[in-house]
Design a binder for this molecule. Structure first.
Ligand code: ADP
Length: 159
């Protein structure tokens, strides 16, 4: 079975990595699809986000990291994915995720969205929180991989 785990990953956090590791165990091929939508004004370019993801997933042979733009459902069809994985941290994620899942179901009925509950260790974590902590010089240990810490700090300093 082919599945896709889409997101902005701006930047990848340990919460994302936990979902990737668990989803990869359930699938033959897991595509980690990085949204290129420039209107979201990402901190890291799509190339930077892809490179970080490739590095953190290099030991998982059935994970592929690719960019995508436009409708997720069209990208899923192109790669032959019938499953969309999304992570759920808290009730606050639910409303938006439900809307997206129902919209995708309406657009293409044979593709299923599966929600994977966040590891409790990471349920507070988000890419924006990581950037906010870095802005004020906080310690990111345990929130993102060690090599990502320096990338985030360098990026925040340059802004
Ligand atoms: P998006 O902009 O699409 O919400 P994100 O990069 O923020 O993309 O997140 C991608 C996916 O990973 C989403 O399904 C989100 O709910 C999930 N996610 C984000 N942070 C965590 C976390 N700490 N634990 C589990 N899932 C997470």
């Amino acid at each position: 079975m082919i599945a896709v785990y889409p997101g902005s990953f701006d930047p990848v956090t340990n919460g994302h990595i936990d979902i990737i590791q668990r989803a990869a165990k359930l699938t033959d091929t897991l595509y980690v699809a990085v949204l290129t939508n420039p209107s979201k004004k990402p901190t890291f370019t799509v190339e930077e986000r892809i490179n970080l993801l490739k590095k953190v997933t290099e030991d998982i042979p059935n994970v592929k990291v690719e960019p995508f733009s436009g409708l997720l459902i069209d990208y899923a069809e192109k790669i032959g994915a019938k499953i969309i994985f999304r992570g759920l941290r808290a009730v606050s994620d639910y409303e938006y995720e439900l809307q997206m899942a129902l919209a995708n179901k309406k657009l293409k009925g044979d593709t299923e969205t599966l929600f994977m509950v966040s590891n409790s260790k990471y349920s507070f974590l988000s890419s924006s929180l990581v950037k906010e902590i870095a802005t004020f010089g906080g310690d990111l240990t345990g929130m993102v991989p060690d090599f990502v810490i320096s990338e985030v700090e360098a990026k925040i300093k340059r802004r």
